[in-house]
Design a protein around this ligand. Structure first.
Ligand SMILES: Cc1ncc(COP(=O)(O)O)c(C=O)c1O
Length: 438
């Protein structure tokens, strides 16, 4: 069959998205409460802000025509300057709020030629992976991590290797151990990158602790022998912070500016419909990524970029983010209250209270598998609730997988507080039934 299709090796390698299967299920069962999708809150999408940003962007005919024309491959020049200013300001504020940050190295001043605007930060991950990974190459990731990233790594024939994490993010000792192991076995030249989500990660809601940030860069540099090992910093959930101070990004601690690639997005903090993200690259890599992007689309939709630029210039973005923080903090609380009521009394479940992001990671004991073929998953669906099986979130090979097969990712992004409570109550029922049946 593959011979008939004449697929490339890459075409043969790409597996059908497992998430597409979950989405299909949600569509086929109307009324199903999906705690699976990482979609954002529908009610708080910025309709008014986008309307006034659009009117302003299209008000003057010459500017409107420019917005409706193709833009530069790297992105609209004004927007790129705004983003450089935005990230620089955000990191400066995070540093002044964190006394321990005084010890950290400071990256050279950011320039807009290091910044590429893309169709969502997923495109940054894709372009970076294509620029760096050959079949057989290795990328070290949190375990668990963002499944779209590991799937794209696999699609390129490269391998994701999981590094143990705890409540402060990737464990630096475990990372060092893996790098040393690779050095001993001769695999180090294949290790091209370390992928970390530095803020409220998907799927656990955990941030990388401040003191680990510089240590992680130092390790990447120390083991950059035959070739550089980059740190890919995915900051998708940075803006969705409910409690505690912002932390300086890893990119801002990269003294040479040569090690860290920073991926940001406006999908979670403004609108995924605009689908705009941006990457900050070491200069030499920025040129390669731009050449790749030139082959794909020679620039992300220009009108969307002009809309976002207009929203930033009119001060419409940050007040919106403030609103979102309050809305998601309430939804997170609704989910945690329901878990405290429905699941905690069972005495064996573990979940942490996230300070930001969209997810709660629930771990059950190993005798309660959560996978797509498990009885728990089937029963939860029958009772009208869908989750992401934890095993989807683990890299191809992992240290310390622990409860991989008995964990789940629960998203409080898209459902209302009432439906979150109802969904968790049905999930609690499904779990209790499985326990009783044992
Ligand atoms: C960790 C992480 N990174 C990146 C993305 C990509 O988002 P977008 O391409 O919309 O910017 C997501 C989306 O869910 C995500 O969870």
């Amino acid at each position: 069959m593959q011979t008939q299709l004449g697929l490339s090796e890459r075409g043969q390698r790409v597996a059908e998205s497992r998430i597409a299967g979950l989405m299909q299920r949600a569509l086929e069962q109307p009324g199903l409460i999906s705690l699976a999708a990482g979609f954002v809150d529908q009610v708080s999408l910025p309709v008014e802000a986008t309307r006034s940003a659009a009117l302003a962007a299209l008000d003057e005919p010459e500017a409107a025509r420019a917005a409706l024309q193709y833009g530069p491959t790297a992105g609209n020049a004004v927007l790129r300057e705004q983003l450089v200013e935005y990230v620089t300001r955000q990191d400066a504020a995070a540093r002044s709020a964190a006394p321990a940050a005084a010890e950290l190295a400071v990256r050279p001043a950011l320039r807009s030629d290091q910044l590429v605007v893309t169709a969502g930060s997923n495109q940054i991950l894709q372009l970076t992976a294509e620029a760096l990974f050959d079949p057989g190459d290795i990328v070290l990731c949190d375990s668990p991590t963002y499944f779209v990233f590991t799937s794209l790594v696999q699609g390129l024939g490269a391998r994701s290797v999981g590094i143990a994490t705890d409540e402060h993010g990737m464990r630096v000792d475990a990372l060092e151990q893996e790098l040393e192991r690779a050095a001993q076995t001769g695999e180090l030249p294949r290790v091209k990158a370390i992928y970390v989500q530095s803020y409220f990660d998907n799927p656990r809601g955990v941030s990388l602790a401040l003191e680990r940030r510089a240590a992680l860069i130092a390790l990447a540099e120390r083991y950059s022998r035959a070739q550089r090992i980059y740190v890919i910093e995915d900051a998708a959930y940075r803006q969705l912070r409910y409690r505690g101070p912002d932390l300086p990004s890893l990119a801002s601690c990269d003294a040479t500016g040569e090690s860290v690639i920073y991926a940001g997005t406006f999908s979670k903090s403004f609108s995924p419909g605009l689908r705009l993200g941006f990457g900050i690259f070491p200069s030499a890599l920025a040129r390669v990524v731009l050449a790749l992007k030139g082959n794909y689309d020679f620039g992300s939709p220009h009108l969307n970029q002009c809309l976002l630029s207009s929203a930033l210039a009119r001060g419409l973005y940050e007040p919106h983010v403030e609103l979102l923080r309050a809305a998601y903090a309430r939804k997170a609380e609704a989910m945690l209250r329901a878990l405290d009521r429905e699941v905690a009394p069972l005495g064996f479940a573990h979940y942490a209270r996230p300070n930001g992001g969209l997810y709660v990671w629930l771990e059950l004991p190993p005798e309660l598998p959560t996978g797509p073929d498990s009885r728990l998953f089937a029963r939860a669906c029958e009772l009208g609730v869908l989750y992401v099986p934890g095993e989807y979130c683990f890299p191809q090979s992992s240290q310390a997988v622990g409860r991989a097969r008995s964990s789940m990712r629960l998203s409080f992004g898209v459902q209302s507080e009432e439906r979150i409570a109802l969904g968790i109550s049905q999930l609690g029922r499904a779990i209790r039934e499985q326990v009783a049946a044992r």
